[in-house]
Design a binder for this molecule. Structure first.
Ligand code: FES
Length: 108
């Protein structure tokens, strides 16, 4: 696992926003005072989750309104899919996101 600092000032209020971490587009969410980082692309048909909104602990995709849990990544009952949730750490100098080391990097 490699940790990357997220270059962003966290607003007071809840928000959903696209961020770029180590060249990868992710979705940063503040919901009920907690921070989540999830994949930015919806597994259903490629909608952009950072264009969505949060409802009852789920991110709602703006395209067909599929919902995914912010804590487990699981899709709502009947969907049978899931999203990736990335670990976060609030450190003295800011917010960090943990990404798995790429397969290529491990080899070389
Ligand atoms: S693309 Fe996200 S619900 Fe269909």
């Amino acid at each position: 696992m490699e940790w990357f600092k997220v270059d962003i000032e966290l607003p007071e209020d809840d928000f959903v926003e696209q961020i770029k971490v180590n060249g990868k587009k992710l979705c940063l969410i503040k919901y009920e005072q907690k921070i989540y980082v999830i994949q930015n692309t919806c597994p259903h048909a490629g909608g952009i989750l950072s264009g969505g909104w949060c409802k009852e602990g789920n991110i709602v995709c703006p395209i067909h309104r599929y919902e995914y849990s912010l804590t487990t990544g699981r899709g709502a009952p009947g969907q049978g899919d899931y999203i990736d949730i990335y670990p976060t750490e609030q450190r003295e100098d800011g917010l960090y996101v943990g990404l798995k080391e790429s397969w290529w990097k491990r080899i070389f």
